[in-house]
Design a protein around this ligand. Structure first.
Ligand SMILES: Cc1cc2nc3c(=O)[nH]c(=O)nc-3n(C[C@H](O)[C@H](O)[C@H](O)COP(=O)(O)OP(=O)(O)OC[C@H]3O[C@@H](n4cnc5c(N)ncnc54)[C@H](O)[C@@H]3O)c2cc1C
Length: 409
């Protein structure tokens, strides 16, 4: 790990700096370690505010107390090869003409930069939302959600009035995308037992899922939406569609039709945007503040900067839509960025990015899920096992890549 003085480096042509050790950035670092094993002159630097990588796809389990937060914080030192210089620091801005990242550890110069800073929750400027709701984008966020649920159940148990008890023990999730569905399902499954541990009747807690659009899991096949809706209903989740939140108040979510959705815990999983420091930079941005890139994933007018993961605004030529914020997209983009950086160093042509969709899998509760793979929709136990297998395979792959370290520790 580097300190402030050592981190302030000049950044020559042979200096590749990767900002962000999430799905995209870590993948670039691991892949470049392999690709550049015969080219030790190139320096690889990875920068992140944490000294661990977060398995974000597993957060709904942490938020419902079925997985420890530390289990989804994977120490970077267990994954990175010795040749990758890791700097743990906050990135505060960019000096684009000077080719430097501005960080808490001092400026870090780059010859080539990879931006992979992920997303932040987007409250769409809905009044009160940022102040009154919890979000779910980090292990710490997930811990806060589970702690708030415990606190609400404790308060409900101390309450004599059944109506007030019910309100306090209700978790309201805003946003019926994959994150909202996974969280609502997981919580619905664990809340009865958690209520019993707090001395409440198992049937007292409730989970509500509030979605502005006409359906949950928007953009998915009707079959998948139908299967997910059935599982949620079976778990007792009350799904409200066409329910647009106008404001988050002290009493609950106020919908645009005037209805009030009451509860004891409010979580916002309704949207993502690029981190603020990107909006404040002079980088060209598009939808939700994501950075515009060319077909090789280089920033428009800044060919020395690549972008991968949620931060990249990449349009799918098949649909005309910007690719969704998904780990599988981040990993594929990371792969292309690593290949193109290697190609540049070898004077070879760059490769245009193409997304190969492997399918869509969403867990709904602790035992069931839904999946659309190669045009086939499944729902139930198999889909949940598939989700487990994908997460297990991901953890294996990041550890395996380190085995290529030419200077293994
Ligand atoms: C609850 C939840 C569940 C999800 N489940 C799935 C799923 O099942 N399948 C799927 O495909 N996708 C899923 N996603 C989406 C997926 O997690 C993201 O698309 C993916 O994490 C994007 O990868 P990334 O590398 O762009 O960003 P991230 O993985 O978010 O990594 C960004 C990194 O940048 C670092 N960073 C950011 N800003 C700074 C700064 N200023 N200074 C220093 N470091 C900084 C962060 O610490 C982080 O390590 C889920 C998302 C959420 C929130």
């Amino acid at each position: 790990m580097e300190n402030a003085v050592n981190a302030s480096i000049a950044g020559g042509e042979g200096q590749i700096v990767i900002a962000g050790a999430g799905y995209a950035g870590l993948h670039v670092a691991l892949r470049l370690t392999v690709r550049l094993r015969d080219n030790p002159a190139v320096e690889l630097t990875l920068v992140d505010r944490h000294d661990y990588h977060q398995a974000i796809t597993e957060l709904p389990r942490v938020a419902s107390g079925t997985r420890a937060a530390d289990a989804v914080r994977i120490p970077l030192q267990d994954m990175l090869a010795a040749r990758v210089r890791f700097v743990q620091t906050e990135i505060n801005g960019f000096d684009l003409p000077g080719r430097r990242l501005l960080t808490g550890a001092g400026p870090i110069g780059w010859g080539r930069l990879v931006l992979a800073l992920g997303s932040r929750p987007n409250d769409f400027a809905i009044p009160g939302l940022a102040q009154r709701t919890l979000s779910l984008y980090s292990a710490s966020d997930a811990e806060r959600v589970w702690a708030a649920v415990g606190q609400a159940l404790t308060e409900a148990a101390a309450e004599a009035d059944p109506e007030r008890q019910r309100r306090l023990a209700t978790v309201v999730v805003g946003g019926g995308g994959a994150t909202g569905v996974e969280l609502a399902g997981e919580l619905a499954e664990v809340l009865p037992a958690a209520a019993s541990r707090h001395g409440l009747a198992p049937g007292r807690p409730a989970v509500q899922l509030v979605e502005a659009g006409p359906e949950i899991l928007a953009g998915s096949s009707p079959q998948l939406i139908d299967k997910a809706t059935r599982i949620l209903a079976d778990l007792g989740v009350q799904v409200r569609t066409n329910a647009m939140i106008a404001a988050a108040t002290g009493d609950g979510f106020r919908l645009t039709d005037g209805q009030l959705v009451e509860g004891g815990v409010f979580v916002w999983a309704g949207g993502l945007k690029a981190p603020e420091l990107v909006a404040e930079s002079e980088l060209p941005t598009g939808h939700n503040g994501r950075v515009k890139v060319d077909q090789y994933l280089r920033v428009l007018d800044h060919p020395e900067i690549y972008v991968a993961g949620d931060l990249a605004s990449v349009t799918d030529p098949d649909t005309g839509h910007v690719l969704p914020s998904l780990a599988q997209v981040a990993l594929e983009e990371g792969e292309t960025v690593a290949r193109n950086l290697d190609a540049e160093l070898k004077g070879k042509p760059l490769e245009a990015f193409t997304f190969h969709d492997k399918g869509f899998v969403v867990s709904v509760g602790t035992r069931r899920g839904v999946a659309d793979i190669a045009g086939i929709t499944t729902g139930g136990r198999l889909a949940h096992l598939l989700k487990d297998a994908i997460e297990w395979e991901y953890r294996q792959s990041v550890r395996h890549l380190r085995g290529w370290d030419p200077v293994a520790r």
